[in-house]
Ligand binder design. Structure first.
Ligand SMILES: [Zn+2]
Ligand SMILES: [Zn+2]
Length: 264
C-alpha cells in the first residue's frame, strides 16, 4: 500500500514528526529504577541471550558484583533500511515509505548511541512503570526500541514514515515502533532487552512453539525460553494483536512494546 500526501499535508505531518522526535536524541537514560539496591540478586555470568545481539553495535558488561548489566550500543542496525545513506551497502529503496525528512539518515545528524544499566536479575516485585518517549530498550540489531506513541500522539500519524523494519528516524536515533521484521517475523526470536532488564521476544514463544495465551497486561509471562537452559524466566512478547496503522506501508503491523514495564 502506498500513501501519498499532498505537499502541504506532508510538510505539516512531518514537521510535527520531526519536532516530536527531537526529544529522542538523548544518548543515555537515567530514569531506570535501579536505585533500590536492597534486593538485587547477583549472577555469575552474563545472560546467554546477550550472545544473540549484534556485537558490532552492542556491548554488555556485567558489574563486578554481578548485580547489574551495563549495555551500550552504537545504535546502528545490521539490516537494510531506507534510512541508511544512499551510498551505504545497507540502503534499500522503499517506495511506499515517506521518510521523516529527506536528508536524515542513520549515522547522520545527532547520533544514534544509547546506553543504560539494568538489574542483572529484574526486580518484578515492585509496581509497574509506564513507558516514556525516547529509547525504552535496545534491539538485538543494535537499534533503539520505542513504545507505541509518537511525540504526544498516536503512532499512526507517523506510521507512513516507518520502514519495513517498523522503524524510522527523526533527527535523533533510528528506532522501532512495530514488530521489527528483520529480527522477528511471526516467530519466537529474541527482539532485545528493555530498560527494566526484561528481554522481549517475537509473537511466539519457544516454550510452546506458538502464541502464548497467558500474557499479562505488558505482554509478559514466565516460561522457559531458548536462552534459559530449561529454567523459567519472566519475559515479554510482541503481542499478537494487529495494530491498525492505516498509514503504514507494510501489512500487518504489530506494536513492539506498549508497556508498562514490570521489571522496575
Ligand atoms: Zn518514532
Ligand atoms: Zn514466552
Amino acid at each position: 500500500m502506498k500513501i501519498y500526501f499532498k505537499p502541504l499535508t506532508y510538510i505539516t505531518i512531518f514537521a510535527f514528526a520531526l519536532f516530536s522526535c527531537s526529544s529522542d536524541d538523548s544518548s543515555s537514560d537515567d530514569s531506570g529504577g535501579n536505585d533500590d539496591d536492597d534486593d538485587d540478586v547477583a549472577v555469575t555470568e552474563l545472560h546467554a541471550a546477550f550472545a544473540a545481539f549484534n556485537l558490532d553495535a552492542v556491548t554488555a558488561i556485567l558489574s563486578d558484583d554481578g548485580t547489574e548489566v551495563y549495555i551500550e550500543t552504537t545504535g546502528f542496525p545490521d539490516h537494510t533500511s531506507i534510512y541508511w545513506e544512499t551510498d551505504n551497502a545497507l540502503y534499500m529503496d522503499e517506495p511506499g515509505v515517506s521518510k521523516t525528512t529527506q536528508d536524515t539518515y542513520i549515522g547522520g545528524g545527532q547520533g544514534e548511541a544509547a546506553s543504560f544499566t539494568v538489574d542483572a536479575t529484574p526486580n518484578l516485585t515492585g509496581s509497574t512503570v509506564t513507558t516514556q518517549l525516547n529509547t525504552i530498550g535496545i534491539a538485538v540489531s543494535g537499534a533503539s526500541i520505542f513504545n507505541d506513541q509518537e511525540g504526544m500522539g498516536d503512532l499512526d500519524q507517523a506510521a507512513g514514515s516507518l520502514d519495513w523494519a517498523g522503524a524510522h528516524k527523526g533527527p535523533g536515533v533510528y528506532h522501532y515502533h512495530l514488530e521489527p521484521t528483520p529480527i522477528t517475523n511471526d516467530d519466537e526470536s529474541l527482539v532485545g532487552i528493555l530498560l527494566d532488564g526484561v528481554f522481549i521476544y517475537g509473537r511466539q514463544c519457544s516454550s510452546t512453539g506458538t502464541y502464548p495465551t497467558d500474557l499479562d497486561a505488558s505482554g509478559g509471562h514466565t516460561s522457559t525460553t531458548q536462552y534459559t537452559d530449561g529454567a523459567e524466566e519472566y519475559h515479554y512478547h510482541i503481542v499478537n494483536e494487529e495494530y491498525p496503522a492505516g498509514n503504514y506501508a507494510y501489512d500487518p503491523a504489530y506494536v513492539l512494546f506498549a508497556g508498562p514495564f514490570q521489571g522496575y
